[in-house]
Design a protein around this ligand. Structure first.
Ligand code: ADP
Ligand code: MG
Length: 285
């Protein structure tokens, strides 16, 4: 039996008109919806209660909503507008990002210029810095979970999908193996990790932004994990000879296998490659 997860009981369709499907993840189906009062476009993530089998699953959704509210206000985090619950679904109404996933923009371009990569990374790491300052670890950072508000140069990057995020206490340690294979930090696989694991995932994203493919790969999840734990970081093959030593230095420091030696979010933002290529620091939100 699923207990109450959200405040607002009642039919989401009394307030929003459902339009086309925008995306789909492990838990949710996301639709374009129109606010009936203002005609404003929003996104609605509907999580089927049938998928919420255990009380932990229910707790996860409750936490996702709580964390979205906790982090709200940052201009690079998808805003939450409200939540509804009916017989079959929990609905999360969010700000709409109609520019698609960062993942698709990378796939389209192959890879990014150093300047563009640094700009994107500055945004991503400032989100991570905000999460860490607010005592949240994201745990699922990957290009699929960064959306753009619109296509074209005016598009702003926004982080989404806090479904695997957790509150953490400084000095405490998490032990669940979660995330997406390519982006998982080595210490996560060893079941003792903290917020440094998010920086590793950002390092993987940066590597992909610069060259177009992930540094640690394999034919199976097990093979990917083996590579993450022990394969050397390749910064020599094409196109790396054409990439600046400063960019490589930043990647190397974000992908330090020892989390104690890895850069923190703040240190990444202050790395000279990021400072020089990532343009002016983001203004306060
Ligand atoms: P899951 O937890 O199931 O992975 P996500 O929150 O990642 O669900 O959403 C799944 C997909 O739906 C995203 O990858 C994206 O393509 C799309 N999506 C999610 N939120 C929005 C949004 N606010 N605006 C537009 N599309 C979205
Ligand atoms: Mg997702």
């Amino acid at each position: 039996k699923v207990q109450t997860v959200v405040q607002r009981q009642g039919d989401v369709r009394d307030f929003y008109t459902f339009d086309k499907q925008l995306g789909k993840g492990n838990f949710g189906i996301v639709h374009l919806v129109y606010d009936k009062k203002t005609n404003e476009k929003c996104a609605c993530k509907s999580i089927s209660k049938r998928k919420l089998v255990t009380s932990e699953d229910v707790e996860d959704v409750r936490r996702e909503i709580q964390i979205m509210n906790h982090l709200a206000g940052h201009k690079n985090i998808v805003g939450i507008r409200g939540t509804f619950e009916d017989k079959n679904f929990i609905h999360i109404i969010m700000e709409l990002c109609s520019g698609g996933e960062l993942f698709d923009r990378i796939a389209e371009a192959g890879h990014f210029s150093e300047r563009r990569a640094a700009e994107v990374m500055r945004t991503i790491v400032s989100v991570v810095n905000h999460c860490h300052t607010m005592n949240v670890v994201h745990r699922d950072l990957k290009p699929e979970n960064f959306l753009l508000t619109e296509r074209g140069p005016g598009g702003i990057i926004k982080a989404t999908d806090f479904g695997l995020s957790r509150f953490f206490k400084e000095g405490s340690s998490l032990d669940e193996i979660v995330g997406s294979p390519f982006y998982v930090a080595p210490e996560v696989l060893k079941r003792a990790y903290g917020k440094e694991a998010d920086i590793w995932s950002c390092g993987i994203i940066l590597y992909i932004l610069l060259c177009g493919w992930p540094p640690f790969h394999g034919d199976s999840t097990q093979a990917i994990f083996k590579s993450i734990l022990s394969a050397p970081l390749d910064l020599k093959s094409e196109p790396w000879p054409r990439i600046s030593p400063d960019a490589k230095d930043c990647v190397r420091r974000m992908l330090a296998r020892d989390p104690r030696k890895r850069l923190t979010a703040e240190q990444v933002l202050n790395h000279h490659w990021m400072r020089e290529n990532g343009a002016a620091p983001d203004e306060a939100f």
